[in-house]
Design a protein around this ligand. Sequence first.
Ligand SMILES: *Cc1c(COP(=O)(O)O)cnc(C)c1O
Length: 462
Amino acid sequence: MNQTPDAPHEHHFGFSTEQVHAGYLGEAGHGARITPIYLSAGFVFDDFEQARARFAGTDLGYVYSRINNPSNAAVEKALAELEHGVGATLTGSGQAAATVALLSVLKAGDHMLSAPSIYEGTRALFRGNFARFGIEVEFVEHPNDPDDWHRRVRENTRLFFGEAIPNPKNDLIDVEAIATAAHEHGLPFAIDATVATPYLLRPIDYGADIVFHSTSKFLAGHGSSIGGVVIDAGRFDWAAHPDKFPHLHQPIVDDADGDGATWIDKFGAKANFAFARAAIAGRFGTSLSPFNAFLLQQGIETLSLRLDRHTRNALAVASWLEQQPEVSNVDYAGLPSNPYHALAQKYYPTGAGSVFAFTLSGGQDAARVFYDSVEVFTRMTHIGDVRSLILHPPTTTHSKLSAAERDRAGIHPGLLRLSVGIEDVDDLIADLDRAFRVLRGENPPPLRSTGPGGGFTPAEGL
Ligand SMILES: *Cc1c(COP(=O)(O)O)cnc(C)c1O
């Protein structure tokens, strides 16, 4: 008897289901459930014709790990799905991701607009390297005022750029407003969403065209490996602007043997993704090691669980800090008192991340005492780790800025940045409380006894 199936019923999986199932490509050899680490530089061609076909792109098998690798492919597929993109390219670091994402669009003679609060490594890339390439980066002053973007657009402007949750000040950008402004000029909007992660925000849903991350942070989570990823929304109409993006309208194979097909002809809406991957990442050689891709995969599978704890802890710590008399300011957009709280409610209903700053009214001297007094927080320049971390940006990450620039950015001498981890929040607050007591001239005992029973030394095992 013929039975017709029930009418199609579209079921959408939740994020936590996607993060453990997305990207699974199957494993042909032995049925391994976890995509193995394929540490192989190259992949065998069965014969002459297959080698030719792989280079021609008519056989999509693997060729060489700078270009593609099964361990990396599984993670790329997962991240593209989690971000609602059409494709992802893993890179060796977040800096490499910024380089690939932006150089896929920009060339010498171009101009781009950037929101003012961005990662200092990206700022150095713009100031030093992009300037040497003849690419001019101009910073808008008021990123959430579309007119500030509009009035700076020039005939050679090619891209708008911003960072979802800037650190240390949490001065959130209005993603949708900036994407809309870019599109009004026929320009793509690229966003660094490292601190948000796709669990808290999917910028593509708000109009972003290119999303990139340092996967060294929350996506990996364990703090063991550097990495990056560039994800393409596959929605921007590159074909409509041959004047602005001539490279995508040129033949892919620029020689007499080529068929003359352009990136747009061959890849359509995915033209920029294909160009970024093959012509930028592939040639600049920014590939991620399959070993690090594997570690990243392990991190992604618990992203939502970690972020729920990170953001809950961050809100509790920020609320507690706000009550301390020595604290003049807490820059956590999740606090109702924060000027960016309305944007946080729109874009980050699940939680406004866990990287933020607070400022001690006692200035740098107070920051130094506080910094040297913590025991649970790790003194380190990293964020998004399962461990809580603390840093003094004015003398480290932001030390290359002039005092006037730091002042304008609200990075005052007493500012400390926290990346709140997944520890028990009572222990984090006890640690900070103890540091305040040191600051007040008290002499509190250490939180953790290092006496008998407090530890095991290798010598004891002998
Ligand atoms: C860390 C970071 C980067 C750079 O990433 P790396 O992996 O360190 O190269 C870029 N953007 C943001 C927001 C970051 O936090």
